[in-house]
Write a protein that binds this ligand. Sequence first.
Ligand SMILES: NC(=O)c1ccc[n+]([C@@H]2O[C@H](COP(=O)([O-])OP(=O)(O)OC[C@H]3O[C@@H](n4cnc5c(N)ncnc54)[C@H](OP(=O)(O)O)[C@@H]3O)[C@@H](O)[C@H]2O)c1
Length: 292
Amino acid sequence: MRAIRIDRHGGPDVLTVDDIAEPVLAADEVLIRTTATSLNPVDWKTRAWEVGPPLPATLGWDISGRVVASNDPSHQVGDEVIAMSAQIATGRGTWADLVALPGHLVTAAPTGVPLADAAALPLAGVTALQALRNAELAAGERVLIVGAAGAVGGLAVQLARSMGVHSDALVSRPEHEAAAVELGAEHVWHRPADLPRGHYPVVLDTAGLDASAALAVGGRYVSISDEPLPDVPGARKSYVQESAADLASIAKLVDTGELRVRIAARYSLEDIRAAHERFEAGGLLGKILVTF
Ligand SMILES: NC(=O)c1ccc[n+]([C@@H]2O[C@H](COP(=O)([O-])OP(=O)(O)OC[C@H]3O[C@@H](n4cnc5c(N)ncnc54)[C@H](OP(=O)(O)O)[C@@H]3O)[C@@H](O)[C@H]2O)c1
């Protein structure tokens, strides 16, 4: 079967489509034939930086596809599913024709969008949901979402709205302001200096920008970025955890129309190097999908 692998760290040229053995299904695992995956920053960081499992390794965290064999009674052959695999810790990459995952990581795909498009949801969606939860937001509160046009930020804006939380947004460029408003942000800025000082009870940073000047005294500052936290009492990082329950909540919100799946571009797996180049160039309003 085909798999997108690296045997060394470096630029997009280290990505190769290899022919490797099909996975052998263990107890409680589900075998998924991949329909699509999506690119996340962790994928290019794993490729470029000296991080992740021993090499050679198959990359990828997101998957949508169909179950073709199952040792878990909660998943049947033919089911359309999505899953997130914490590749960097476990070495189980999803960028392959067939992927074996523990059944407890797999959940039903939303029915309201094409199965391929659902591959845009797992890592970004679960990260956004868990980060908002870590921010302990209450209905009626207001959060500033930094990087609101990005994958996690864009889902966080929509999730906040579904929780009855107001969100304002900082985006990287003026042409992204309208997109943040469409997702549900009420006030949008593209220049950090324009943010109201000491205003927000909660700031969620998805872009690695120190927006602590906008935080109210006693407010909660949550970051998902790799950058060091600002010197704010109680500032915390939110690290995504594999959770099929959280993924199922995301899928449900897609089906109720509360979450919109944004796709910026589609590539076939043979064009994975071009997909990485486009992704790293930034400025996207939606995910990059890779179809199998
Ligand atoms: N902690 C965790 O568990 C976890 C989980 C998932 C992701 N992450 C990390 O979280 C970050 C975001 O992930 P993602 O998938 O949402 O990436 P993404 O889709 O690339 O989104 C990042 C967004 O931030 C914007 N941005 C960059 N600099 C900015 C600035 N100064 N002001 C406002 N916006 C700015 C980017 O705009 P441009 O494209 O125009 O630059 C982009 O819209 C990445 O660093 C990723 O590695 C962490």
